[in-house]
Structures are given as C-alpha cells and as structure tokens.
Design a protein around this ligand. Structure first.
Ligand SMILES: Nc1nc2c(c(=O)[nH]1)N=C([C@H](O)[C@H](O)COP(=O)(O)OP(=O)(O)OP(=O)(O)O)CN2
Ligand SMILES: [Zn+2]
Length: 140
C-alpha cells in the first residue's frame, strides 16, 4: 500500500448554531486541511509512472476546493434569518451557505467527498480548527 499526503488551509468565519458556549458567537479560524491518498499499486505508464498520482495534481485539487472557502463566512443553511443574510450581502460580504453544521467533522467529510469526485484515491481528510484540535473523516 502506498500513500500521499498534502495540505491546504483557509481563513474564515463561522458560528455554531445550537452550541452552548463561546462557539455560538461569530468567530474565525485558520482551518488547516490535510488530505491523504492511498493506493495498493503504483501507476504503470505515462507521466505518473511509479506514482500514486502526481503531487501537483493532488495539491492543486485540494487547494482548488479549499480555496472556495477562503475568506468566507461559512453559514449553515437555515441558521440565519433571511433578512440578516440579505443585510450582510447588501454590505458586500460573501457568505458561503452550507447544508451542514460547520463542524470540523462535517468539513472533513465534505472535502473528502469533493476529492473523491475529482478522482483522487482519498483515504482520509483531517481538518484542524486550531493547531491542537483536529477531526478526521475516513470514508465509508
Ligand atoms: N468535535 C468538535 N468540537 C468542536 C468543534 C468542532 O468542529 N468539532 N468546534 C468548535 C468551535 O468551532 C470552536 O471555535 C472551537 O473552540 P475551542 O476548541 O474552544 O477552541 P479555542 O482555540 O478557542 O480554545 P481555547 O482553548 O479557548 O483557546 C467547538 N467544539
Ligand atoms: Zn469555531
């Protein structure tokens, strides 16, 4: 079995609806996203011969997906009044509406799915909210 690892990060803001504690308030993180690819055998021909896949392909795929989150206000759908969304957008702020609570666990699962869709043989995604706290998703 062979493995690759790459990482990317993004800055953003969020709050956790239904959370009892300081994270219910709007705050920011520099989220760090570490992705692992795993494959039984190496490619046998072409530019990626003897590679799982090119580091550059893996890195670009992750950075492109994670880049969609950079400097955004991540909002779980249904947790802000429409008038609030309209007011923030009216001020020129960019909101990224997501169909899930913006926990590190859900973000890890989301990035895993997006990498899978890109054809990356992803095996694990870790999302660090702080340097010491990390959630992982390993697939089904
Ligand atoms: N399992 C999870 N627990 C928590 C998550 C999460 O995504 N998954 N998220 C949060 C909040 O987003 C919060 O911002 C994190 O707070 P905390 O761990 O307290 O981080 P701090 O760096 O602010 O901690 P200090 O020790 O106070 O510096 C909460 N839990
Ligand atoms: Zn947080």
């Amino acid at each position: 079995m062979f493995g690759l690892k790459t990482e990317a990060s993004f800055d953003g803001a969020h709050f956790l609806a239904d959370y009892y504690g300081k994270c219910e308030n709007l705050h920011g993180h520099r989220w760090r996203v570490v992705a692992y690819a795993r494959q039984e055998s190496l490619q046998t021909e072409g530019t990626m011969r003897d590679m799982v896949l090119d580091f550059g392909v893996f890195k670009k795929a992750l950075r492109s997906i994670v880049g969609e989150f950079d400097h955004m206000f991540l909002v779980e759908e249904g947790t802000l009044k429409q008038a609030t969304v309209d007011a923030l957008e009216g001020e020129g702020f960019t909101l990224k509406m997501l169909p899930f609570r913006t926990t590190a666990e859900n973000l890890a699962r989301y990035f895993y799915g997006r990498l899978e869709q890109e054809g990356i043989p992803v095996a694990q995604v870790d999302v660090y909210e702080t340097p010491l706290n990390c959630a992982s998703y390993f697939g089904e």
